[in-house]
Design a binder for this molecule. Sequence first.
Ligand SMILES: [Zn+2]
Length: 63
Amino acid sequence: MQTVCCVCQKTKSQSGWIQKQPRKETRVSHGYCPDCFHSTMERAQGWLLAQNAGQTGIMALGR
Ligand SMILES: [Zn+2]
């Protein structure tokens, strides 16, 4: 079974992550390559920070 990055579609191979479409008959599992994992985590953190900032803003307005 091959692992394909669901963001950049890179395929995990023995030599690392390469830009290559898996063969049709190959069973694939979707995941994240290290690059996209990092950028996704950074985006998630930014989103969480924005959420916290928004909540603080609403609380400040309520007072
Ligand atoms: Zn990727």
